[in-house]
Design a protein around this ligand. Structure first.
Ligand SMILES: C[S@@+](CC[C@H](N)C(=O)[O-])C[C@H]1O[C@@H](n2cnc3c(N)ncnc32)[C@H](O)[C@@H]1O
Length: 239
């Protein structure tokens, strides 16, 4: 009998944000598939699962380099999907775990596409997770959107012009992957007179979670990849 593949969102960091559904499935899976970049020593997704479930797993590490080179990436997505499919055909139940939600800026979507296309005999099911920006907004106890406000979510790593455009056209803006472009973003916010409308949040849900509204104070300092900036043009209620 064939097995099955799950794509499971494990939430942004706090193991208590794992859904009951994810927890139930993870209790029974045979193989945990863990996406890793070379730079990553330990998998954060695995640390979340380990914080919620007290069990051993057979682990399949899948390497995805941190590069924008489409050809290199596609090769790794193909290899990973094939490896997972082979295991599922042995009758195993697999779970590809991913930070936050699996359909939101996650490598999982590329795996899903390949399994659907190249391994259509296999069943694949996706389990949503709490996305990081939702958890970040709860962490600072401030709403992301109210009433008729419009929200834009921008992956900041891909350039500053999309950020300016979003800030001009939306009420509130979430900047994902903000670490590398941080200083440029601060210059832009200064230019648009929005410095006091921004909050930086890192490692939400981990022991060292952190936030600050002193945006300029972090210029030139190391920033974690697991960080977002939220800009609320109407201003914060109580920060
Ligand atoms: C590849 S995306 C993954 C997004 C994820 N699938 C989600 O639903 O939030 C990685 C980015 O998510 C954000 N992120 C993920 N976990 C976070 C956390 N615990 N605290 C702050 N930002 C986080 C950061 O902006 C990071 O650069």
């Amino acid at each position: 009998m064939k097995g099955k593949i799950y794509g499971i969102g494990v939430g942004p960091g706090d193991p208590e944000l794992l859904t009951i559904k994810a927890y139930r499935i993870l209790k029974h899976v045979d193989v945990l598939c863990i996406p890793k970049s070379k730079a990553e020593k330990d998998s954060l997704a695995l640390s979340i699962v380990a914080g919620a479930l007290n069990r051993e797993f057979e682990v399949m590490e899948l390497l995805f380099p941190m590069t924008h080179d489409k050809e290199v990436l596609e090769r790794h997505w193909d290899v990973a999907a094939d490896k997972m499919a082979d295991k599922a055909r042995e009758g195993k139940i697999l779970a590809f775990i991913t930070i936050g939600d699996p359909m939101f800026y996650s490598t999982y979507s590329y795996i899903l596409e390949r399994v659907k296309k190249n391994h259509s005999d296999l069943e694949i099911e996706t389990v949503p997770g709490v996305t990081a920006f939702a958890a970040c907004s709860s962490f600072i106890n401030e709403p992301l959107t109210e009433g008729d406000e419009k929200l834009a979510v921008i992956p900041a790593a891909y350039g500053i012009s999309a950020i300016r455009e979003a800030l001009e056209n939306y009420d509130n803006v979430v900047l994902m992957k903000v670490n590398r472009k941080y200083d440029e973003v601060v210059m832009l916010l200064k230019d648009m007179d929005l410095l006091d409308k921004a909050v930086y949040i890192s490692r939400c849900g981990y022991d060292d979670q952190y936030y600050t509204s002193d945006i300029e104070g972090l210029i030139g300092k190391d920033k974690d990849y697991m960080s977002v900036m939220i800009i609320r043009k109407a201003g914060w209620k109580s920060l």
